[in-house]
Design a protein. Structure first.
Length: 333
């Protein structure tokens, strides 16, 4: 399912984990050109270094909190920006707020100027700690506006409000995906989210670090499934938010055991205090995605973990050997 033939697409945050997979999918689907804008604050040129082999691809270093100027037509704008790891937005609180507000509006202005479809990659974080899981799109959330996670929560909530304002006032064709926990190749080794932490610990024979008592629940969507959901949403006429994630829940303790089994090793499970405002449960209700996009996740946890572990094993080997790769960066649009 794709209709990107002959289309020029701009991906904001295209060198990040999800953004780079989206760029790859768009090129494989026949997009005429894909332009990635990224300031490489949490993304890396390494993620997109070989995408020009798939088609016309341009990687540009640009901070989208600055005005975006692109010549020629643009048919789709995907906003995949914002630090996503709690450790990132703890260290980059102002940057997280600015990219979610100023950066989102700059992307919307570009879409309005070009008459392009604008897709906002929002997040389940806008719900905070849900009162009644599974989380439905109509939930208003349970967010602490001044807590340590609030810079992410409130930036994304404001971003969604801004998207709907541009849709209502300026007629911009907007789409909104609320992304739930996603994993796969190209996650950063120092990301500090549960998947790279557990995988790294398993591959290095270290003990697993579990916050709380391990009973908090999460769902895990493999990256190719997530990207397929974004593509289907972009090509649809759905303007309301759509949850994109895997509804299958695991406790963190169960997930640690799944990683241990797939990796064939790992140490003990060590428990640490639960961080402030950490959601206890976060399953998505994907009824809307099933009905409107004919989408649901296909990749099993076992298959996804095997692919992810293989990639991390290779990445750890390259880091241990001191391998270095040179990257060429486009200087202008």
């Amino acid at each position: 399912m794709s209709n990107f033939q002959g289309k020029r697409v701009v991906v904001l945050g295209g060198a990040g984990f999800l953004g780079s997979h989206l760029c790859e999918r768009l090129l494989r689907d026949g997009a005429e050109e894909v332009v990635s804008l990224d300031n490489f604050l949490t993304g890396t040129p390494r993620n997109v270094a070989e995408l020009s082999l798939l088609g016309s691809f341009m990687s540009v270093r640009h901070d989208i909190t600055e005005p975006i100027r692109i010549g020629g037509p643009v048919h789709y704008v995907f906003n995949m920006t914002s630090p996503a790891s709690p450790s990132d937005y703890a260290q980059l609180p102002i940057e997280t707020l600015r990219v979610g507000s100023i950066g989102t509006e700059n992307g919307l202005r570009l879409a309005r100027e070009k008459g392009a479809v604008f897709l906002q990659a929002s997040t389940s974080e806008i719900h905070g700690d849900p009162l009644m899981p599974p989380q439905q799109e109509g939930s208003w959330g349970n967010v602490n506006p001044i807590g340590p996670r609030s810079v992410c929560d409130e930036a994304r909530r404001y971003g969604e409000t801004l998207v709907m304002a541009y849709h209502r006032v300026h007629g911009v064709r907007t789409r909104m995906a609320r992304i739930f926990n996603t994993y796969g190749p190209r996650m950063r080794l120092d990301d500090e989210r549960v998947v790279p932490v557990f995988v790294g610990q398993a591959l290095q024979g270290e003990d697993f670090t579990v916050f709380g008592d391990g009973s908090q629940k999460r769902s895990f969507c493999y990256v190719s499934d997530l990207i397929d959901g974004l593509v289907r949403l972009a090509l649809s006429n759905v303007t309301l938010p759509v949850n994109i994630g895997n509804p299958r829940e695991l406790t963190i303790f169960e997930f640690a055991e799944a990683v241990r089994t797939t990796a064939g090793g790992g140490g003990r499970i060590l428990f640490q205090p639960l961080p402030k405002d950490e959601p206890k449960q976060r399953p998505p209700d994907i009824t809307r995605a099933r009905m409107l996009l004919d989408w649901e996740p296909r990749v099993s946890l076992e298959q996804g973990l095997a692919e992810t572990l293989a990639w991390f094993r290779k990445a750890l080997g390259a880091r241990a050997s001191g391998a270095h790769v040179e990257f060429t960066e486009s200087a202008a649009l």
